[in-house]
Ligand binder design. Structure first.
Ligand SMILES: [Zn+2]
Ligand SMILES: [Zn+2]
Length: 138
């Protein structure tokens, strides 16, 4: 598994972790569509606390998830690239937007979530589970 490292579009924010990815996912939810301005988020989850942010500090949009718990969406305050998300309903993980990886060639989603919001015409290959909303807890 390649080392996870990446950064924002302008380069002021850099991140890295030595951790192995815990999960890779595509999220089709409307909030991810709005935040990314495209069709879905590609996400790599790493153990909470393993992500090292360098350079410019991140700005945060305080979103709320379906759980009613906060979803902290971190982005570069200079160029606006979404970098990572802190989902309080999943306290053991940090989610990296896979498009910001320096090398995303290995990224393949294991699961797809919020598939009932998938935009028409979006088809993502892969045999992994697809969930209408969030995956069932546990
Ligand atoms: Zn930037
Ligand atoms: Zn989402």
């Amino acid at each position: 598994m390649p080392k996870i490292a990446g950064g924002c579009l302008c380069g002021k924010v850099r991140y890295s972790t030595d951790a192995e990815p815990a999960l890779s996912a595509v999220c089709h939810c409307k909030h991810c569509q709005k935040q990314t301005g495209t069709s879905y988020s590609t996400l790599v989850a790493v153990p909470k606390g393993s992500l090292i942010i360098e350079g410019e500090s991140l700005a945060t949009f305080n979103d709320v998830g379906e759980s009613g718990l906060p979803v902290l969406r971190h982005f570069c305050k200079n160029c606006g690239s979404p970098i990572s998300t802190d989902v309080k309903a999943m306290p053991d993980l940090d989610f990296i937007k896979a498009g910001t990886l320096d090398d995303s060639s290995w990224f393949e989603p294991q699961i797809q979530i919020w598939c009932d919001h998938t935009q028409p015409g979006v088809k993502i290959e892969g045999d992994g589970p697809k969930f209408e909303k969030n995956p069932p807890a546990g």
